[in-house]
Design a protein around this ligand. Structure first.
Ligand code: ADP
Length: 448
């Protein structure tokens, strides 16, 4: 039941209630009509009884029925007059089963005689010390037909009315729930990261209209505070850039002047390492905040991705050599990628930089750029370094996520989130495969 869409649930509930109300209405209507028809027959029977009793007189010490012109009885009527011992005095259209019914003086009652339903009234007539049993009967056949017709009409019209009202109900609920669909679509887009998405406002002043306005207002506020926070990060990074560069410059010149061995050099080197790390964090934060700006526009051009791979490899070669890592580049892709040259370069730098930092001394890094069968460009950066444990793999593209800060390699936890953002901006895909201790393979596909 919980999986059924709301519009069907509401229609179902509404139809069930309508069915209940309609059944109750038809049933009580049927009972009222039946009661009034039977009442009418009872009145007719009582009148006929009075007439027949008036024409039943004692003559020559026995009752006889004077069937003259004044005795006008309704069509289909049957009667029978007997003495208390059951001796027949007069009879008209009386069937045997009806005659055999036990005598019960009093109100009219319904009797089933044979296959027919009758209204029967018995009465005792006494005169001159004699008495007679009078029975008058009216067939209920005519009202039976009327009631059957009402029942049939109810059976046909009831479901028809129900069907029409269910269909109408479905249309109405669909119409009134349409704004909810719009709300769901908009909140899905917001959840995916598009904070600028708003729900198309509805003119209606009902609850859904109010909800739409409230959600839009809430999103305005969320977007505002998000942008404020982003502005703050960008400003702070910007402001921190100069002091960190100054610290780095002073520490570098200090390192030239103090003895190579000793505690002072250790401290200066720690300052150098941490300021270099801070400088990278600041640069990466600036890239991220720049990228998250709502009006960020890429400088699209036909980028020679093979050339980018080669130049990044050349640029990173000294750092790789320092750790005895062999860097190889294989370019078997003849086309170009439509993208932002500087972003694509940044992407390659981050991947190769990671491969060096998390690589083994004396290890190797293989970069390859090739075309795929379905016309895409595949970039692979593989190393044989320390690798990533399976439990960390799903999170490495998250901001500030560092698989294992203990095995610190001057990381910031931002590099891969920038790579993933760049790939996403280019409409591509990125995948990381790794086994702890057996290196890492990053595979990126971009539209050629
Ligand atoms: P960091 O600046 O810490 O390297 P990244 O976002 O670039 O941040 O990477 C996130 C985490 O993924 C790193 O902390 C590291 O543990 C892991 N990682 C990334 N690249 C590699 C790699 N080539 N080999 C092993 N681990 C890697």
């Amino acid at each position: 039941m919980s999986r059924i869409p709301l519009r069907y649930k509401m229609t179902l509930l509404y139809s069930a209630l309508s069915a209940l109300a309609l059944t109750a209405l038809l049933f009580s209507l049927y009972l009222v009509v039946r009661r009034s028809l039977v009442q009418h027959m009872e009145d007719l029977l009582s009148l006929s009884y009075t007439q027949l009793a008036a024409h039943t007189e004692v003559k020559d010490r026995r009752f006889i029925v004077e069937e003259d012109d004044e005795l006008v009885l309704p069509p289909g009527m049957a009667y029978r007059v007997t003495d208390p011992q059951g001796l027949l005095l007069a009879e008209f259209q009386m069937s045997i089963p009806l005659a055999n019914e036990p005598f019960q003086a009093g109100e009219a009652r319904e009797v089933i005689a044979g296959t027919e339903r009758w209204l029967v009234q018995d009465g005792l007539r006494t005169q001159d010390g004699l008495s007679a049993h009078i029975r008058v009967c009216l067939p209920l056949e005519s009202i039976q037909w009327t009631l059957l017709t009402i029942r049939l009409a109810g059976l046909i019209a009831g479901p028809l009315v129900l069907l029409i009202s269910a269909f109408g109900g479905l249309l109405v609920t669909r119409r009134s729930l349409r704004p909810i669909d719009r709300i769901i679509a908009a909140t899905k887009a917001v959840a995916k990261g598009d904070l600028s998405k708003r729900i198309a406002p509805s003119a209606s002043k009902d609850e859904v209209g109010a909800l739409t306005r409230m959600i839009n207002e809430m999103l305005d506020r969320v977007q505002e505070s998000f942008q404020r926070e982003k502005r703050f990060t960008a400003d702070a990074s910007h402001e921190l850039r100069t002091p960190v560069s100054v610290i780095l410059a002073y520490a570098e010149s200090l390192a030239q002047e103090i003895p190579r061995e000793g505690d002072a050099m250790k401290s200066v080197q720690a300052i150098l390492l941490e300021s270099a790390r801070m400088q990278r964090i600041i640069a990466q934060l600036l890239t991220i905040t720049r990228g998250e700006g709502t009006n960020y526009s890429m400088e699209l051009a036909a980028a020679d991705i093979c050339e980018i791979a080669r130049s990044v490899s050349e640029q990173m070669e000294p750092a790789a050599r320092e750790r005895g890592i062999a860097l190889s580049v294989e370019t078997a892709f003849g086309g170009t990628v439509t993208g932002d040259q500087s972003l694509l370069t940044q992407m390659m730098i981050n991947l190769v930089d990671n491969a060096i930092r998390y690589g083994k001394d004396g290890g190797r890094i293989d970069i390859s750029v090739a075309g795929t069968k379905d016309g895409l460009c595949r970039i692979v950066v593989a190393d044989n370094g320390i690798g990533i444990a399976a439990r960390h793999l799903p999170h490495i593209f998250e901001r500030f996520y560092r698989a294992d800060p203990a095995r610190d390699r001057a990381g910031t936890g931002l590099g891969l989130s920038i790579v993933s953002w760049i790939v996403h901006m280019h409409g591509g895909t990125i995948e990381a495969r790794s086994e702890e201790g057996a290196g890492c393979v990053f595979v990126i596909t971009l539209r050629a």
